[in-house]
Design a protein around this ligand. Structure first.
Ligand code: FPP
Length: 242
């Protein structure tokens, strides 16, 4: 039996810069093209009945990029929110953010909080943008929260389980991704959802993010359908999103 459609798909959107160079364009034009793909893939995910889509939009390490590029990316995000808020609501999407949001400009933080609030009660696709995100930091932060609970006496060290850690991550309310997609060919995880992707199927495509159309997304979903998911067991557990 083929695997059902994944509940949660996570994507490392890579290659905007290389795509732009290949076209003789500026890097920032690559990011603009990247936003168009975000719009297309959000729509496709919704139509496919995926419940959670998590997009790596800006890592903690990305702050090291030239100031102009960082500002451009932040501006794109802000414009995306202005432009998309009505559509997100209309399509019943929940807008969500993970990462160290306190690092962002206050105006952007406010805008994010507003869009999160107005979409909070929606029941459709949960679109999560990872911003100023570092998975290692997320895990350290979870450990600190757990340590505080044990110090308060609310939790015994022996009661700490995998679930305790999961419940103290930014992604506490989401199932783990069953599928992780990375564009532009690099075979690495780049500090993204390290805990959550323990059993995810990986799909790496050579396509740059601006080339990752709905058809490419469907290819990834088709590939996932046929994967044997064993979860450390000897026999495949197909047809399962366990
Ligand atoms: C990787 O390309 C992409 C990013 C660092 C940012 C991803 C951002 C977008 C897709 C646009 C922003 C989206 C929204 C909704 C605001 P790269 O610059 O690392 O490419 P390269 O590795 O070829 O240089």
């Amino acid at each position: 039996m083929p695997n059902p459609i994944p509940r949660h798909v996570a994507i490392i959107m890579d290659g905007n810069g290389r795509w732009a160079r290949k076209q003789g364009l500026l890097r920032v034009q690559g990011h603009e093209a990247g936003v168009r793909r975000v719009e297309e893939i959000v729509r496709a995910a919704q139509e496919k009945g995926i419940r959670y889509l998590t997009l790596y939009a800006f890592s903690k390490e990305n702050w090291r990029r030239p100031k102009e590029e960082v500002e451009f990316l932040m501006g794109l995000l802000s414009a995306y929110l202005d432009k998309k808020i009505d559509a997100l609501i209309k399509h019943n999407c929940v807008f969500n953010v993970i990462g160290e949001i306190g690092d962002l400009a206050e105006t952007l933080q406010k805008k994010i909080a507003e869009v999160m609030e107005v979409s909070r009660k929606n029941t459709g696709l949960v679109v999560t943008f990872a911003l100023s995100y570092s998975s290692r930091r997320e895990i350290v932060r979870a450990c600190q929260k757990i340590a505080e609970q044990t110090l308060r006496g609310a939790l015994q060290p022996s009661e700490i389980t995998e679930e305790t850690l999961s419940k103290n991550l930014y992604t506490a309310d989401m199932p783990d991704p069953e599928l992780l997609i990375r564009t532009s060919g690099e075979m690495r995880i780049s500090n993204f959802l390290l805990w959550q992707i323990s059993y995810a199927e990986l799909y790496v495509t050579q396509k740059f993010w601006p080339e990752f159309t709905r058809d490419e997304f469907e290819k990834a979903l088709e590939d996932y359908k046929g994967r044997e998911r064993r979860f450390g067991d000897t026999c495949p557990v197909r047809g399962s999103n366990r």
